[in-house]
Design a protein around this ligand. Structure first.
Ligand code: ADP
Length: 616
């Protein structure tokens, strides 16, 4: 065959930036390059194994699926070869020559911000292949796709500027990557060193890895074993292998499900840390799907509902047909059944953890709670189970401590019929909310919902264990009778003063009422009984959505000295201009407390006028 001339391609600008960073900033874990190359080779082998099931016409169809590493310490040459799916010319150019994924640019930005955690980031953003430029100046990739009539290609690049692609004669399918190590990384041409790194990072690769003649790794499907048969250390190593995480997982479980419409084995992990874009589940990987030990998808989002997609690990089933496309696999009945069974098992696992290993559970909750809680708005079949797993701060526990609905109910006062909560964006802030005064005085516990996600889930939780769940800043709140021992008297005088309040604030509030819940503060604003939760309203505004700006009800504490003085003044002269001034000032103070004062200047000017009067 006549060889064509090599074509030269320029990298995109982002690509150049990325390569520059890899070469100059990522010294911390140079051995990562090996993990990345093995993982790519392993993916390519997985793909060809999957193709072979349905396509008898592939090249080299009887070849052992393996990864071979060849080293030459003298010439400092490193070479890794797989007989996987290979790449066509187009694939070479799109997969290896361009920054295809939006994640890569984010990666760049993050790197600039925080240079210490780069080892992890390489894995998270899949700039994998380029990590070779940490240890070499020039790389050659020779590849041939697995189809019978495919052509071989050689891709070479010295990193930062451009790369070339040319046709070559390559009799076998798959990919060979070759390079000469930089002087300060020449250790990687030593077999003992490479074997060490493979044991550390890639021991669980699905395919044998040979260094020279020696098979280095243990190829076994540890997810098919039972919990007892696998040592913790092995399990952790496996986790690190499939996730590229540097930390051990927070928790893990083996599942072996038979019957119930689905049969599968699974090994699941909860990572110790959340991906930095936890809520954007499309951006991060979840479970690998195997059928009878053959990987069919390395990131299968259909195995779990979105709110559980922080889990990592493997699900291996014999229920799925192999001879159809992945798209079809995802839509099968069998898949839906696996998802249902798996979801149930995961929730059971979390429940067990919450009861038996509370600390781990709370750590999980603090790390993944935001995503997890969103399940309440989507998984109605498992609602009751999810409710049991919710945790909140409360007014009677220290900041940071969490409680469940169940424990809250266990502590409820004998005559307390409702579960109370207050939403807000910060513990310090909610704690100073005047609406809490009554509850504090009467030692009634209030759940403090300070996670922004809480505001979205709480409207859907109207009761727990037969007890209504109520916001304490709502107008229609019924306070427990025994606690209402200091029923405020609503006398004639305060009624007519109240009339002046209503008159003065008529455009601003829905109503003005005598408060039963205030103890120390003079006034507070509460939500009308059909009004939207305050926190929810704020969140919607933050997200640029129209929140119907419901008017609030203002409650006044007629036992407060200011209110008493106002009453007296009102009695002396009902048209005293000071009265209205104070009423507006009281209203705006309550708004200020809620973090939504419309004009600071007006507020301060009015305060000055009042002070001037007071100091006259
Ligand atoms: P990632 O593996 O995260 O996708 P990489 O930069 O490591 O990112 O690889 C980019 C792409 O190049 C891979 O997704 C794959 O399509 C292709 N590729 C890399 N190595 C191989 C290989 N050994 N065989 C076939 N394709 C490969």
């Amino acid at each position: 065959m006549t060889q064509k001339q090599a074509e030269t391609f320029e990298y995109q600008a982002e690509m150049k930036q990325l390569l520059h960073l890899i070469v100059h900033s990522l010294y911390t874990h140079p051995e990562v390059f090996l993990r990345e190359l093995i993982s790519n080779a392993s993916d390519a082998l997985n793909k060809v194994r999957y193709r072979q099931l349905t396509d008898q016409e592939l090249l080299d169809k009887d070849k052992e699926l393996a990864i071979r590493i060849t080293l030459d310490a003298e010439t400092k040459t490193f070479s890794i070869e797989d007989c996987g799916i290979g790449m066509t010319k187009d694939e070479l150019i799109t997969n290896i020559g361009t920054v295809a994924r939006s994640g890569t640019l984010e990666f760049l930005q993050r790197l600039k911000e925080d240079q210490k955690d780069t080892g992890d980031l390489i894995g998270q953003f899949g700039v994998g292949f380029y990590s070779v430029f940490m240890v070499t100046d020039e790389v050659t990739v020779e590849t041939r796709a697995a189809d019978k009539d495919s052509q071989g290609y050689r891709w070479t690049s010295a990193g930062e500027g451009s790369y070339t692609v040319e046709e070559i004669d390559k009799p076998e399918r798959g990919t060979r990557i070759t390079f000469q190590l930089k002087d300060d990384h020449k250790d990687f041409a030593e077999p003992f060193m490479i074997k060490e790194v493979i044991k550390k990072y890639s021991n669980f690769a699905d395919f044998p890895i040979y260094v020279g003649e020696d098979k280095v790794n243990t190829v076994e499907a540890i997810w098919r074993k039972s919990e007892k048969e696998v040592k913790d250390e092995e399990r952790n190593e496996f986790y690190k292998f499939i996730t590229n995480d540097y930390d051990d997982p927070l928790a893990s479980t083996h599942l072996n499900i038979e019957g119930a419409g689905a049969s599968f084995k699974a090994l699941l992990f909860i990572p110790r840390r959340a991906p930095y874009d936890l809520m954007r589940t499309q951006q991060h990987k979840t479970l690998q799907l195997y059928t009878n030990k053959i990987m069919i998808m390395d990131d299968c989002k259909d195995l779990l509902p979105e709110y559980l997609q922080f889990l990592r690990g493997v699900v291996d089933t014999s229920d799925l047909p192999l001879n159809v496309s992945r798209e079809v696999v995802q839509k099968t009945q069998a898949m839906a059944k696996i998802k249902t069974a798996l979801t149930g098992k995961v929730l059971q696992w979390l429940k067990r953890m919450a009861n038996k290993d509370t600390e781990t559970f709370l750590q999980f909750y603090k790390t993944f709670g935001q995503l997890f809680k969103s399940g309440l708005n989507s998984d109605f079949a498992n609602r009751d189970k999810l409710l049991e797993l919710l945790r909140f701060e409360t007014s009677t526990l220290k900041g940071g401590e969490l409680t469940s609905f169940k424990d809250y109910v266990g502590r409820m006062k004998e005559d307390q019929k409702e579960i109370y909560y207050l939403t807000g964006d910060h513990r310090d802030h909610v704690e100073r909310n005047p609406n809490l005064e009554y509850f504090r005085k009467h030692d009634l516990e209030v759940l403090l919902l300070i996670d922004p996600v809480d505001a979205f889930i709480i409207p859907g939780i109207t009761e727990y264990d037969g007890k209504p769940v109520k916001a304490i800043d709502k107008d229609d709140l019924e306070l427990p009778k025994a606690a209402g021992d200091d029923e405020k008297k609503d006398d004639k005088l305060s009624e007519s003063l109240l009339g002046l309040f209503k008159d003065t604030l008529k455009d601003k509030v829905e109503d003005v009422k005598v408060s039963k819940r205030l103890v120390d503060s003079a006034v507070t604003l509460v939500t009308g009984k059909d009004g939207m939760d305050r926190q929810m309203e704020r969140m919607m505004k933050m997200m640029g959505q129209d929140a119907p700006a419901g008017k609030r009800v203002m409650e006044v504490n007629i036992d407060h000295p200011v209110l008493k003085n106002l009453s007296r003044r009102y009695l002396a002269n009902a048209s005293d201009p000071m009265l209205k001034k104070c009423i507006v000032q009281l209203y705006e103070s309550a708004q200020l407390m809620d973090g939504e004062l419309p004009s600071r200047a007006d507020y301060i000017n009015r305060m000055m006028e009042i002070m001037e009067e007071a100091t006259k």
